[in-house]
Design a protein around this ligand. Sequence first.
Ligand code: SF4
Length: 325
Amino acid sequence: MEGACLSKFRAEQILTWVYAKGATRYEEMTNIPKVIREQFDLAFPLHAPSIVTKQESVDGSRKYLLEYHDGTQVETVGLPSSDGRLSVCCSSQAGCAMGCVFCATGRNGLTRNLAPGEIVDQVLAVQDDFGTRVTNVVVMGQGEPFANYDAVMAALRIMNHPKLLNIGARHITVSTCGLVDGIERFTRESEQFTLAVSLHAARQEVRDRIMPTMANQRLGTLRQALDRYAGATGRRFSFEYALMEGVNDSEEDLDALITYCRRLLCHVNLIPLNEVEGSSFKPVSHQLMASWRDSLEAAGIPASVRRSRGADLAGACGQLAAQTK
Ligand code: SF4
């Protein structure tokens, strides 16, 4: 084997082959001596995931079920825009332990964490399939990214590295349920990755009910961590709020959200809930979403209604459950 460990030079060569040139086998790495390629193939085999299923939405987005070498499956979504951008919504874990009651993924629990290369492979798979460069990434698929913090950050650095995927840090977003330890670590990272927080309720009793794993965390503690994040980085974060009929959509909920967001450097994304088969959670009307947006804006809180893409594929947020299992 070449030395006791991988030299920086050799590591950079291999990373460049895999992530910048799209090599899937060591034998393609022609500037690395054959004997070393063979040694690496034995010690660190490369495993590109296979596409088990692919579905295309009427809006052009594509949902993939990918399978890694050990049979673990995750879902990834590619979202093209008319202006030439290609976004990927990737998973940080296979399954999820957070158990949000409105989420299809949460129902099946956690299978395992993903390794950095497995997270980046999702981006490469979408890039290959569309035949165009990925420009934006949101880590918003299956899993809680901050429950797999080190692997997610390593993956983001590969995506961001100018010699590798070269995706701008501000075009890479991590979406968390609001794990405070993770937010504090994220605050100290030097890269300008952006942060989204799945809030879904600004009243403690409502949030505890729909996001039971977060019930041991006070909304006030989360708010303080986010205020420190914005103060230290100068960057605005976003709140994701999926409006659910009769659950978190009352006047009282709206007032609580306005109070919660006041004087925070934040943006509120109101998300239409995608109905999951067998779930009692229902979306609200477009009129109600628009009126919430207007009320937030009138209170000085930037807000928007996010278009749900790929809903016809069961591929939008909350619907990512491996349906072939
Ligand atoms: S909404 Fe996100 S964090 Fe909650 S269970 Fe689903 S995948 Fe996990």
